[in-house]
Ligand binder design. Structure first.
Ligand SMILES: [Cu+2]
Length: 121
């Protein structure tokens, strides 16, 4: 006769294991500029993640409200490999910008997202 695993144990395992998996992905913890208030033309975009990143598969781009891409230098890693930094090639004009990012964390998972910031006149 097969041993029965109590339903409560199965349920508890599912609850305990699910968040651990979610935490393992690279989540955006901090962004500069962060979009909470208008800023002067930033010299770079700096994104701090919760996990180490694999640079060749981690990207960010910035687009102006009219859809044109803001020219960026190649992104580099900083902060123990958890921070993606991309310097701008020039000054940004005043207006709304959207940052889009897609990163591969060292555990092999991809995450992506976007946010907006405003450059003050
Ligand atoms: Cu993961």
């Amino acid at each position: 006769m097969p041993r029965k695993v109590p339903a409560a144990v199965v349920f508890l395992s599912a609850v305990l294991l699910a968040p651990v998996q979610a935490w393992a992905h690279a989540h955006l913890e901090r962004a500069v500029p962060d979009g909470r208030k208008a800023v002067a033309s930033p010299s770079e975009i700096r994104l701090d993640f919760s996990e180490g990143l694999v640079l060749p598969f981690s990207h960010l781009s910035v687009a102006a409200a009219d859809g044109h891409a803001a020219p960026l230098e190649d992104a580099v890693l900083a902060g123990q490999g958890k921070t993606l930094v991309a310097p701008f090639k020039g000054k940004l004009e005043a207006g709304l910008y959207e940052v889009q990012w897609e990163v591969l964390s060292t555990d092999g998972h991809k995450t992506s997202g976007s946010y907006r910031f405003t450059v003050a006149p």
